[in-house]
Design a protein around this ligand. Structure first.
Ligand code: F6R
Length: 362
């Protein structure tokens, strides 16, 4: 039921604090301040291979940016439709993680089976617990965000990222990269995420003003560095699928290597940059864009707003948080932007043209 919301997507954006809270609670022991991942010996895993499609794939890419630095564990992330056809060089002690809201996506299922056939251990991060993938994977790591009805994935994405964030902490601990005290601190940070996600959903009004401008654009660029890079890709995917505006996400450092050619007065450039170790570099990309007349939509936090280069037209200020949970906290503004632009354009938000909720053919 949509309740008081106009669309399922709007409701599901607002469901996220609860969906993430329930998901996080399944993977952490709050009393002990520890992560609890069952079914896999994380100390013995030498590599992770993630497979997924669309938004699920992008959740996996966020996971790579969290797991590799924290756990010093190599993570490969593949689009499922490419994976088995490119004859990937798989090694033993690789854990396959399929990510799928529906648990039925044909390409992701085929990639999961491919890895299983090669003798690898398989896990699935899945919403539909009775799905084919949930039945076939060796280990099932459910997300607990409730059924997702809107075709554009929102609450499944943040719940998937919640699982991968907890996994990053669990793997770091299992591999001796962090001690019990640091694990406890990080669990504390993760448990705070739902409250901060709720705060960032409250930015709805700040986003509203921008949405009007963006709805007139023909093309929109999204830029980010580090974990904000996959989020830039997700922001662009959300916008194009429901508003039909052409959007591209790029690693901000790639700007000079091509996309800067697109920058003109008509092209909004969404820059995702909380005040983290990448901030100075993102800010300098922002200056480059503004020097060419680009209209910057700057999504940051209070500290980033203070250090923003002068002239940033629109600033959305999300709550300040630990870098571990920044992808979770920064998700709502880009989802809301896509949603509001689509509403302004009068698009059918929950049933975008040409798209199906579950893609069961290749
Ligand atoms: C985008 C979107 C799709 C799905 C993709 C995978 O908003 O919803 O890109 O993420 O089709 O679907 P699942 O997760 O069901 O495998």
């Amino acid at each position: 039921e949509k309740g008081n919301y106009r669309h399922f997507m709007e409701k599901e954006i607002h469901d996220q604090p609860e969906g993430c809270q329930r998901t996080i609670a399944a993977y952490v022991d709050m009393v002990a301040g520890a992560t609890t991942f069952e079914g896999v010996d994380l100390a013995g895993v030498e590599r992770i291979q993630v497979v997924g499609c669309g938004t699920a794939y992008l959740a996996g890419l966020v996971g790579k940016y969290l797991i590799e630095p924290l756990a010093d564990l190599p993570v490969d992330v593949d689009v499922a439709s490419e994976f088995r056809y490119r004859q990937p060089a798989l090694r033993e002690n690789t854990l396959t993680i399929a990510i799928s809201q529906s648990g039925e996506t044909a390409d992701t299922l085929a990639a999961l089976r491919y890895c299983k056939d090669k003798g690898l251990q398989t896990a699935v991060v899945v919403n539909a617990q009775g799905s084919t993938m949930a039945r076939e994977a060796d280990v099932v790591w459910p997300i607990y965000c409730g059924p997702e009805i809107g075709v554009a994935s929102t609450k499944a994405f943040t719940a998937q990222v919640s699982v991968l964030t907890a996994l990053a902490v669990a793997a770091a601990r299992a591999r001796g990269r962090i001690d019990a005290a640091e694990e406890k601190r990080l669990v504390g940070v993760l448990v705070e995420a739902p409250r901060l996600i709720a705060e960032s959903i409250n930015l709805e009004e700040a986003v509203q003003g921008i949405a009007h401008e963006v709805s007139k654009a023909r093309d929109v660029l999204y830029l980010g560095r580090g974990p904000m890079y996959p989020l830039a890709l997700e922001g662009a995917l959300k916008l194009k699928e429901i508003s039909y505006i052409h959007a591209e996400g790029y690693a901000a450092g790639e700007l000079k290597h091509g996309p800067i050619a697109l920058v003109d007065e008509e092209t909004p450039i969404v820059i995702l940059a909380p005040y983290d170790s990448y901030f100075e570099k993102s800010a300098s990309n922002m200056s480059e864009v503004m020097a060419r007349g680009g209209q910057v939509v700057f999504i940051t936090d209070p500290e980033g707003e203070r250090h923003a280069p002068a002239g940033a037209k629109v600033v959305v200020t999300a709550p300040r948080c630990d870098p571990l949970i920044a992808p979770l906290v920064m998700s709502a503004p880009i989802q809301l932007l896509a949603y509001q632009v689509a509403v302004q354009k009068g698009a059918d938000v929950d049933q975008p043209r040409n798209l199906a909720k579950s893609v069961t053919v290749e």
